[in-house]
Design a protein around this ligand. Structure first.
Ligand code: ADP
Length: 564
């Protein structure tokens, strides 16, 4: 707030610096000392989206970063508010999404001597291990510099979460307005292109040229890079089969004839040359180990972070650079010296795909009562096939594993899910960001347990009248809802299969639906999409539907050795 025409203050300078760098939306939860920061931002024309919990605000900022390639900004209050936001910052860093958590903090001299200040916490050091970088602004004249540094760090190289600590007293400090304006700058070229070395490109092309069973794996880094055209051209020029990781679905349409998604296990087990495009060889890809992968597979990896190479397997051809530049270089190479996928390999994949597709169709056609996951997802799939531009958010265990396979994506960056950590609680934050950043409708496909982690944000969705439709796949439990109980309390995995989640939407002015059959679900979802208003569809499933730990049973120590 400007106190005199010739003076400015910390609140105003934070807003000016954000605006100078193109930030037009901020997510947060207000409280001491940042309430006036939100007010000042709103008065200056920045859209402020206020949440019910900082975790969701942070998740929304992270999703905004993924969708826009600009850091999403999240405002948190001191102490507990800051701590509530921290898991989202850590998750953003793990997922390589650019975001900035700006937190107000308590008076340093009191915090540092542990004098028992209001909400005192050494926030800077608490944030450090969980962020790509953590900075504190100690003087009002450093606000422009602090924001520039946070933006540069969040987006350049491997994107990630940045923590920016601003003590309340710095926000309240004043300085001459002209000097304040001069202290702010716009970051030039925040994510500079990084071209690959020509010899690295040659090395990669050599391996691809010799391959009998080449495979391209597209990860969420490839989706983030917004190099959609060159990736598509490379895939189609080579004819190589490709496998999208879950958030790369839609980068090329799932219906693309070269998609090996429906033959995933075979493609992975048999490929002899694997081009990893913005995908880490982490647990989600079985660390590249045999027998999941062929022992003689050679890995070519494109990544902006060279330290990623060799994290699990020898990388025969590392390609350091941004995905757009590297794919352009590879495309030039294969255009000059064509490569192709041997027919024996593409036929093998096509055969397996046809077999698995037929199995899937059979499962979707069943119509048991009560409904099971596949039947509900089949109904959602039918509606979304007619609305390919809808954004999909997905979390849960079975709700995630099965929806990932059943719900096809046709457009890039339209699917947001639990990501690298497989974390629960991202649902409503991601859905809100997708609606706010794109203006498009969002369907959040949620397990009933997963929904509970951020469910109160249904109020936020209703308050801002966002076109978000939440589908709760309600089998009444974590994994499933039918665990037998020995005492009087419910079993650890049991929730409430009779819960009427749709009443939550109605409590805040949204539309609620309760459905028990696929046809009802299809009708409700179609209606809600047409209305483009907040809605929640409680979808009653058989409490016996679902598998403990979903597809991760091998990671569950008690179940790992159980017979399948
Ligand atoms: P997935 O979970 O979909 O397999 P990951 O999150 O494991 O994907 O991998 C994403 C990778 O993409 C990270 O290693 C990250 O460094 C990389 N990355 C992100 N943005 C770019 C970019 N613009 N160019 C190159 N690599 C990128």
């Amino acid at each position: 707030m400007t106190t005199q025409s010739s003076l400015t203050d910390g609140f105003q300078l934070v807003v000016d610096a954000l605006q100078a760098n193109g930030v037009d939306t901020v997510y947060g939860v207000v409280g001491i000392p940042i309430t006036d920061l939100a007010r000042t931002a709103q008065a200056a024309g920045i859209r402020y989206i206020g949440f019910r919990h900082e975790g969701s605000a942070g998740n929304a900022a992270a999703a905004a970063g993924f969708l826009t390639q600009r850091p999403g900004v999240c405002l948190t209050t001191s102490g507990p508010g800051f701590l509530n936001g921290l898991p989202a910052l850590a998750n953003a860093t793990t997922n390589c999404f650019p975001m900035i958590q700006i937190s107000g903090s308590s008076a340093r001299p009191l915090v540092d001597l542990q004098r028992g200040e209001y909400q005192d916490l050494d926030q800077l050091n608490a944030a450090r291990p969980f962020a790509k970088a953590a900075y504190r602004i100690g003087r009002v004249e450093d606000i422009g510099r602090g924001i520039a540094r946070a933006i540069r760090t969040a987006i350049s190289g491997r994107p990630g979460g940045v923590y920016l600590d601003i003590p309340g007293e710095v926000l309240g400090q004043v300085m001459p307005a002209t000097a304040g304006a001069a202290s702010i700058w716009q970051v030039v070229d925040p994510a500079p292109r990084q071209l690959p070395a020509p010899e690295a490109v040659e090395r990669a092309l050599g391996i691809l040229g010799r391959a009998s069973r080449p495979l391209i794996v597209l990860g969420k880094g490839a989706a983030y890079a917004q190099a959609d055209n060159v990736i598509r051209e490379f895939v189609e020029t080579t004819g190589f089969p490709f496998l999208p990781m879950s958030m790369a679905k839609g980068l090329l349409p799932d219906s693309h004839p070269q998609s090996a998604a429906a033959a995933r296990s075979l493609a992975i087990a048999r490929a002899d040359a694997v081009l990893l495009v913005g995908a880490r060889l982490n647990w989600l890809l079985g660390h590249g180990d045999s027998p999941q992968w062929s022992e003689d597979a050679e890995f070519i990896q494109i990544d902006i972070a060279a330290s990623e190479f060799d994290s699990n397997q020898p990388i025969a051809a590392p390609l350091t650079g941004d995905i757009g530049s590297v794919m352009t270089a590879l495309l030039e190479g294969v255009s000059a010296q064509p490569v192709s996928a041997p027919a024996a390999w593409t036929d093998e994949i096509a055969e397996r795909k046809a077999r698995n597709d037929a199995k899937m169709r059979e499962r979707l056609a069943e119509n048991p009562h009560p409904m099971r996951f596949y039947n509900a997802l089949g109904a959602i799939r039918t509606v979304l096939q007619g609305n390919p531009d809808v954004y999909v958010v997905n979390e849960g265990a079975n709700a995630l594993d099965l929806a990932r396979n059943v719900i096809e994506m046709e457009l890039p960056r339209h699917r947001l899910d639990t990501g690298t950590w497989g974390v629960m609680g991202i649902g409503m934050g991601y859905a809100i960001a997708a609606a706010v950043e794109t203006g498009r409708p969002v369907v959040a496909i949620e397990g009933d347990s997963a929904f509970g982690f951020s469910g109160m944000e249904i109020e936020t969705i209703c308050r801002y009248q966002l076109p978000v439709i939440v589908v709760v796949l309600n089998n009444g439990g974590v994994y499933r809802g039918d665990e037998a109980v020995s005492g009087t309390d419910p079993a650890p995995t049991v929730l409430n299969s009779g819960a009427r989640h749709e009443l939550l939407a109605e409590a805040f002015g949204g539309k609620g639906y309760h459905v028990t059959k696929p046809a009802e679900l299809e009708a409700a979802l179609s209606e809600a999409l047409t209305a483009r208003r907040p809605a929640l569809i409680d979808c009653e499933l058989d409490p016996a539907a679902g598998v403990e730990s979903g597809h991760l049973a091998s990671l569950n120590p008690a179940r790992a050795n159980a017979p399948a």
